[in-house]
Ligand binder design. Structure first.
Ligand code: MTE
Length: 316
């Protein structure tokens, strides 16, 4: 796997707040030393899941554009999950004991039929399908991933949003004992994301429960996470515990952390630079060099109609 590039380091404000947090806890200097001494060459070493990819399955070896699937081992070892670590190579180890079963999702707010769903029940109720999607991180790296899951629309139809419901708000589990990053008071936990109701009802919008034919591992957002392939990866909220239908646009984790840098829509757009770096190209994990980033991450035919009338030259 390629090395992390300076251009895809942790967003500056997060990095700085993390340093303040660590410095106040008095562990910055010590952890720098330990980190340097113990940097792992294999992020999966010693994990019970280290053979996970041996039985990885996908129906195809490429996406619909002919792009090769990203290697399973990269998908499970190069992760963003700030509840566990700010270091992509370290998430798998830090999340190894995260308890993802039993797990319930509460679905409520402006709906006629609120409910609490257990994951196994959901998986039985809505037939799982494979969806091969590109995922483009706002940090300008990307992967092609064969997900397993079901359209979020199916769950929405089940709970029946009322006519007042305009948006869907998602929350990750809040459990600082298991997710030590949530003790960092510089950030506003739990992780929150949101979609407009019509985005949520789009057939491509997935609640994913697996990759490569297998249940998700903790580092990938087990047991259930969102996947919206035309948006930057940070919209794909992991380990969802709560979904509410609401009237007002939800304020996401990143909008709170850095409103100047992250907006609600976050549609992939090569023509609108991040305030600190260009979004015109990306590094596909497992490939040398860079490739051009495509508007709506290549899903314009499916998704652009949702944004007619919106000014895409603004950072949404
Ligand atoms: N969800 C939660 N709860 N916490 C996170 O830190 N990171 C996001 C997103 N979902 C994140 C999250 C970001 S920035 C990206 S790019 C993707 O998850 C990464 O998903 P992956 O690690 O499965 O590739």
């Amino acid at each position: 796997m390629n090395k992390i590039l300076p251009s895809e380091i942790t967003p500056e404000h997060v990095y700085l707040s993390r340093r303040r947090f660590l410095a106040s806890a008095g562990i910055l200097a010590a952890s720098a030393l330990v980190g340097a001494a113990c940097r792992r060459s294999d992020p999966l070493a010693g994990l019970p899941s280290s053979d996970y990819c041996e039985s990885a399955k996908a129906s195809k070896s490429t996406d619909e554009l002919g792009d090769r699937l990203t290697e399973c081992t990269s998908v499970i070892s190069y992760n963003n999950f700030y509840e566990f670590s700010f270091d992509k190579d370290d998430v798998a180890q830090r999340a190894r004991d995260f308890k993802t079963s039993p797990w319930a999702i509460e679905v409520g707010g402006l709906v006629n039929r609120p409910g609490t769903y257990d994951i196994d029940g959901l998986r039985r109720k809505f037939a799982e399908e494979e969806r091969i999607y590109r995922m483009r991180c706002v940090e300008a790296w990307s992967m092609v991933i064969p997900w397993l899951g079901f359209p979020l629309a199916k769950l929405m139809q089940e709970v029946e949003p009322t006519s007042r419901a305009k948006y869907v708000r998602f929350e990750t589990l809040f459990d600082p004992q298991q997710m030590p990053g949530q003790k960092d008071e510089m950030l506003s936990w739990p992780y929150v994301e949101g979609l407009r109701l019509d985005e949520a009802m789009h057939d491509f919008t997935l609640l994913a429960t697996g990759i490569y034919g297998k249940p998700l591992l903790p580092q990938n957002g087990a047991p259930i996470r969102l996947v919206v392939p035309w948006k930057y990866g940070f919209k794909n909220i992991k380990s969802i515990a709560k979904i509410d239908l609401v009237e007002e646009m939800p304020v996401s984790f990143w909008m709170t952390a850095s409103p100047r840098e992250y907006g609600f829509y976050a549609n992939v757009n090569p023509n609108v630079a991040h305030p600190r770096w260009s979004q015109s190209s990306e590094r596909r994990i497992g490939e040398a060099g860079r490739r051009d980033t495509v508007l709506f991450n290549g899903y314009a035919d499916q998704a652009a109609r949702l944004y007619e009338g919106l000014d895409l030259s603004k950072f949404y």
